[in-house]
Design a protein. Structure first.
Length: 106
């Protein structure tokens, strides 16, 4: 399955648009990551623990979106958009949403 942010598939003819597909995930960062991230904020540098959580959430949302597209009979998803939001009272939960258009191509 091809997943792309572009609206078309270079070198391929889209033969059918099957509809919008989405994938969502909400993932929490644990208290230890929060503590180490706070220290990173003070001393500077990248927070690899948060980057790992962010990457996992993105991959999960994309995988869920792909599964929805496959269930519709698609062999590609075009125009993918990824959105990231913090949710929860203290903003310690991360929501990632992937959306795109499920298509068939030749």
């Amino acid at each position: 399955m091809i997943l792309t942010t572009t609206p078309s598939l270079e070198g391929h003819q889209i033969t059918g648009y099957l509809g919008i597909v989405t994938g969502e995930t909400i993932i929490g960062a644990n208290v230890f990551r929060d503590i180490f991230a706070s220290i990173r904020d003070i001393v500077g540098g990248r927070s690899s623990s948060y980057e790992e959580v962010l990457r996992k959430a993105k991959d999960t949302a994309l995988h869920e979106m792909q599964a929805h597209a496959e269930a519709m009979g698609a062999n590609a998803v075009v125009g993918i958009d990824l959105d990231y939001e913090t949710v929860g009272g203290s903003g310690s939960m991360l929501m990632v949403t992937a959306s795109g258009t499920a298509v068939r191509y030749e």
